[in-house]
Design a protein around this ligand. Sequence first.
Ligand code: GLN
Length: 188
Amino acid sequence: MIKIGILNLQGDVSEHFKMTKKAIKKLKIEAEAIKVKKKDEIRSCDALIISGGESTVIGKLMEKENIIETIKKEKIPIMGTCAGMILLAKETDHKQPLLGIIDMKVQRNAFGRQRESFEEKIKILGKEFNGIFIRAPAVTRTGPKVKILSKLNDKIIAVKQGKNIALAFHPELGNDTLLHEHFIKEVL
Ligand code: GLN
């Protein structure tokens, strides 16, 4: 049985938990979603999801739980959304704890004050998807192994490196399980 861990430190963890369960049901596979934060719990997972929230807070809590090295060493596929995207990056425009798993630089709050929160139809994986952006980051540099999955107004909002996926928006806050299903299929 495949275990998809949802990192349970801060942010919209329950929303990811629900969407992951919904995606598992749709895919009709033997898998379970579990909320995790301790080293052993993380080690028992086949994949990990890092939610939206406040990346500085999640980073500090990761340090407190002493799980940054654990997550890096596991080398399991990770999907990070919004704050989770920031945490996956190698660099940001701000000094904060990072996992550095995806070779990219991320700019926090990249869509400016007037547009701190908005919804917009985006194109991803050949489909249209309702992107929910809340003080969203954007990717400003990608390394050679990073594939760009989507852009909005020239800003990079979704990338993939190996099986790791980083999204600037919040698929966990909508109803469409497209991206959760895509991520889970990568783990199978
Ligand atoms: N701007 C937030 C940060 O820097 C991310 C916002 C979000 O996850 N909705 O962590």
